[in-house]
Write a protein that binds this ligand. Structure first.
Ligand SMILES: *Cc1c(COP(=O)(O)O)cnc(C)c1O
Length: 399
């Protein structure tokens, strides 16, 4: 680590709150699947900003759309219409197969929006008594960092010290549709679930789970809300992870890669019967749906389609998983994943493995102590997967 790197890190540690524990690398440039640090060293980016960079770093088509929009109009607020948002939301509805969308900024805000939508539907349509609506969530969930969302987290790092929790949430084991069915009451308005739990360490539910969830929700007049912020937009080898089981949720929450890595953009897309319940003044965001965000979001979705990134994710993911499956080490517990959302679980903490990968030019992050997630930008080539797998093999030999 040279003096420059040390200076940047010291600056962060002095002036920034310590709510992250980053690897000791200071990045100053990115392109495609690669980033370069301030010392000029190149790294494979195997985190993709938690899947916000599916299109790769600094995609030129998205940059061009952003630059063009920046010279024309960037923000109006929703007090007026703008000539970009409608086209963006039309595309969001088209890719998700939904009727209406509501644009926000961060993922957590979109989850909050979905929570409000489900409660509103519970009161206005299902006839639940005011203040009594319940939402069912899953153990091990990660839906963001706002006070309401961390209040129904089962991870003490997320919730402890931040109570009291918002009432109206109930937790069931992930992957069990029977547990969901047993938890439903007449006051249940919605079920909020990740099709794969990314932050929990790439936890994949048993096959058929999402189909069963759809059935339980339909039979009980409960909204099925899929949080596809991390799994959506091609990450798991389909446009949305729910597409693997051919199910259509009532609400889909998206974020992360909707930004193309440029600018925070999120959205909730859903059925008209639900999204249509929002009336003027009931919800909003100063920046949500602004023209710059809309132009970037539209370009990001166009790049996913034009470059067939979901298909590419399926193909490259299969190849990568095979390469990871061939790794030899006595402490390997499991290799799992879907598309390019992959994980290597070991029998002991992997922070040191991540540090060794970093030294060899590959950035990946430990999740929950023993698991390393490998989720490169979806533009990765087969030769690049092979090169990354060779680095991982070499780091494992020394681990
Ligand atoms: C990242 C993430 C969020 C939160 O998104 P932010 O943009 O960080 O607020 C919510 N849900 C899932 C599944 C995520 O991976």
């Amino acid at each position: 680590m040279d003096a420059k790197t040390k200076r940047f890190i010291a600056l962060d540690e002095t002036c920034g709150a310590h709510n992250y524990h980053p690897l000791p690398v200071v990045i100053s440039r990115g392109r495609g699947i690669f980033v370069w640090d301030v010392e000029g060293k190149r790294y494979f980016d195997m985190l993709s900003a938690y899947s916000a960079l599916n299109q790769g770093h600094c995609h030129p088509k998205i940059a061009a759309a952003a630059k063009k929009q920046m010279g024309r109009l960037t923000l109006t607020s929703r007090a007026f219409h703008n000539d970009v948002m409608g086209g963006f939301l039309k595309k969001v509805c088209a890719v998700s197969g939904q009727d209406m969308a509501l644009p926000m900024n961060s993922g957590a805000e979109a989850v909050e929006t979905a929570i409000k939508a489900m409660r509103l539907w519970g009161y206005r349509k299902k006839g639940i008594a005011e203040g009594q609506a319940e939402i069912i969530v899953c153990e091990g969930n990660f839906h963001g960092r706002t006070t309401t969302i961390v209040g129904f987290s089962s991870d003490p790092d997320s919730y402890s010290g931040f109570g009291p929790a918002t009432p109206g949430f109930k937790s069931v084991p992930y992957g069990s549709a029977e547990a969901l069915a047993a938890a439903v009451t007449p006051n249940t308005c919605g079920f909020l679930v990740e099709p794969i739990q990314g932050e929990a360490g790439v936890k994949i539910p048993p096959p058929g789970y999402l189909k069963e969830v759809r059935r339980v929700c339909s039979e009980n007049n409960v909204l099925f809300c899929a949080d596809e912020i991390q799994t959506g937009l091609g990450r798991t080898g389909r446009m949305f992870c729910v597409d693997h089981e051919g199910v259509k949720p009532d609400l889909i929450v998206m974020g992360k890669a909707l930004s193309g890595g440029y600018y925070p953009i999120s959205a909730v897309a859903g059925r008209r019967e639900v999204m249509g319940l929002f009336k003027p003044g009931t919800h909003g965001s100063t920046f949500g749906g602004n023209p710059l965000a809309s132009a970037i979001g539209l370009a990001s979705l166009n790049v996913l389609a034009r470059e067939k990134l979901a298909e590419r994710s399926a193909m490259m993911g299969e190849h990568f998983k095979k390469r990871l499956g061939n790794l030899q080490h006595p402490d390997i517990k499991e290799v799992r994943g879907r598309g390019l959302l992959l994980a290597l679980e070991m029998n002991r903490p992997v922070r040191r493995l991540c540090e060794s990968l970093m030294a060899k030019g590959l950035l990946a992050k430990d999740t929950h102590e023993n698991t390393v997630r490998f989720a490169p930008p979806l533009v990765i080539t087969k030769a690049q997967v092979d090169a990354a797998a060779a680095i991982i093999a070499s780091a494992l030999r020394e681990f």
